[in-house]
Design a protein. Structure first.
Lengths: 253, 320
């Protein structure tokens, strides 16, 4: 019983510390110019580049815009904040605190998650207000937004493990992954319309499953089973979290 | 069985082929102020990073109040406060938000954290500026805030990495006073510093580390006794001239001469013989001696002898 109480106490302390880290990031980084550019403007221009001139209905375009907004905004906080904190040595403050590395990773990811969830409301509201896009499965939409946000926030934290003090180094690596994901996730080109190799590649992209759930919120149908979407995103979150924990430990040696 | 605040046993650390620490052993008693001295690159920061659980040793163990820093990292860290070498405060947050963040990270309850935060900001003379963003603070103010953040959890053991390096007089005095107050309250202090006089004044014991190995551990006074051969005579002349340095070097019994401000320090094993020679020299050269004092070995002399370094006017020269 004492062990159980101690474990619960420790879990509570870990979550509080993770939340403190997230709050700190919210206060410091949300309005940094490079985060606004890569988290808000970049996905908007990507969307316009695809949408302008295409005769696609809003129900096709709005879910895609939401998905790439989440991809870019969720994964933009930590690749900026962590290298800066390495340079100012404030990251050592987190590494030497009485909390596990998992909680540090979780706290960092939480700030990206909250940022992205908030930013996703912009294209969502625009879709509803400007294009009168109907929401047919709210649960799928909410689940898709939340899970995808957390998944890409954790991916951002994973990339930020690379031991550099320059945000640009991490952003460059991250874009090597983020940009191809747009083309192999059914965001603008439906999965069915992709060539054979593309249809295999989509299985390895977390954006595929997030986009599928978000699209279900508007269209009511999914390419994969919704439960499989949820499960796949959860597996990616777990993989990113474990890998991030491993890399932060390794690079810290 | 006595539980030491710190017990480092046979610690080694390798970075690739580089052996940064080799078989380091020492213990720090509860309530002791322990100085850790060494030249740049000697292994001071690596030792602190191992003792605080930021990095793991390649071999050996370290315990903090009985908790193994590798296996019981969190329990060990709950006992400690850490003031890193660089003032690692968040420039974009106010002093108040910085200190609240530190208290949340150390799981200090909200009300206790606010109370302790106010006490510390007042103690370090920062309460009036609590709502200002730290980016407008001076170097000394940031250092004081860093120290305040390290104390927010009322640690039993405080790691201080170069706490007063490059600070203004006011910040220096405040920080030294606080360290004295903490040691008076029974807090164990592990201090690394380049300021040997500071270690001499504050520390119960010091360890001197060089090239990753402990060269000596003892109280400052005992360490000084180990090099009684390094006596010196400090003398000031009127008029003083640069040529005096050359002339004094040629005096019998003088092994080395250092110009220190308007005075000359003559290193010797026979101070009384040197006093006679200096007096004779002054009489023969019609120069007046303003003051002459014999000085015993300082902790700095011990440090120079043990680390094998001597700062010259130009460059660094080995004396052993």
């Amino acid at each position: 019983m004492t062990d159980l109480n101690e474990s619960c106490g420790q879990l509570c302390r870990e979550l509080k510390a993770a939340w403190a880290i997230a709050k700190k990031d919210i206060r410091i980084y949300y309005l940094k110019p490079n985060i606004i550019v890569s988290g808000m403007l970049f996905p908007l221009f990507m969307f316009l580049a695809f949408a302008i001139g295409r005769d696609a209905p809003p129900t096709m375009l709005v879910p895609g815009l939401i998905a790439i907004t989440i991809l870019f905004s969720a994964s933009s906080i930590e690749p900026v904040s962590i290298p800066i904190e390495r340079r100012t040595k404030t990251f050592d403050r987190l590494l030497s605190a009485p909390v596990s590395l998992h909680s540090v990773v979780l706290g960092e990811s939480m700030s990206g998650f909250l940022y992205s969830t908030g930013i996703a409301l912009v294209p969502l509201s625009a879709g509803i207000i400007l294009f009168s896009t109907p929401i047919v499965q709210p649960l799928a939409l909410i689940g898709g937004v939340l899970l995808t946000s957390f998944c890409f926030a954790t991916m951002g934290t994973l990339f930020a493990a690379y031991p550099t003090e320059s945000p640009g180094d991490i952003m460059s690596m991250l874009n090597l992954v983020r940009l191809p994901l747009i083309f192999v996730s059914g965001v603008f080109i439906p999965v069915n319309a992709l060539p054979q190799i593309g249809q295999i590649a989509v299985l390895f992209s977390p954006l595929t499953y997030g986009n599928d759930l978000i699209r279900a919120g508007f269209e009511g149908t999914t390419h994969f089973n919704p439960l499989m979407d949820v499960l796949a995103i959860c597996v990616f979150i777990l993989l990113f979290q474990v890998a991030a924990n491993h890399l932060y430990r390794k690079f810290n040696e | 069985m006595t539980v030491h605040a710190i017990e480092a046993t046979a610690i080694s650390k390798k970075f690739g082929n580089l052996l940064a620490l080799s078989d380091v052993n020492f213990s720090v008693a509860d309530g002791e102020t322990f100085g850790f001295l060494g030249p740049n690159g000697a292994g001071k920061t690596t030792t602190i990073r191992i003792l605080t659980g930021i990095t793991a040793p390649t071999a050996g163990t370290a315990t903090i109040f009985g908790h193994d820093i590798v296996r019981e990292t969190i329990a060990a860290r709950r006992q400690m406060g850490i003031v890193h070498e660089i003032s690692n405060v968040y420039d974009d947050l106010s002093a108040w938000h910085n200190i609240l963040f530190a208290s949340e990270l150390y799981n200090v309850p909200r009300s206790a954290g606010e109370r302790r935060g106010k006490e510390l900001l007042e103690l370090f003379g920062l309460w009036e500026r609590k709502d200002d963003r730290v980016k407008v603070f001076s170097k000394g103010m940031k250092r004081r805030l860093t120290l305040a953040m390290g104390l927010v959890n009322d640690p039993r053991l405080l790691f201080l990495d170069e706490p007063t390096s490059g600070l203004d007089v006011q910040s220096n005095l405040i920080i030294r006073d606080v360290i004295r107050e903490l040691t008076g309250q029974g807090v164990t202090v592990f201090l690394t510093t380049h300021n040997i006089e500071e270690a001499n004044l504050i520390c119960d014991r010091v360890a001197i580390i060089n090239r990753g190995q402990i060269a000596a551990i003892d109280s400052p006074e005992r360490l000084k006794k180990t090099i009684q051969s390094v006596q010196s005579v400090e003398v000031a002349f009127d008029p003083s001239s640069p040529k005096l340095l050359e002339h004094l070097r040629e005096l019998p019994l003088v092994s080395e001469v250092r110009k220190e401000g308007d005075k000359f320090r003559l290193i010797t094993e026979d101070p009384s013989g040197v006093i006679e020679n200096v007096t004779t020299y002054a009489r023969e050269h019609h120069t007046r001696i303003i003051s002459m004092t014999t000085i015993g070995p300082s902790l700095e002399d011990v440090f120079i002898r043990l680390t094998g370094l001597m700062i010259r006017v130009k460059g660094v020269k080995a004396i052993d």
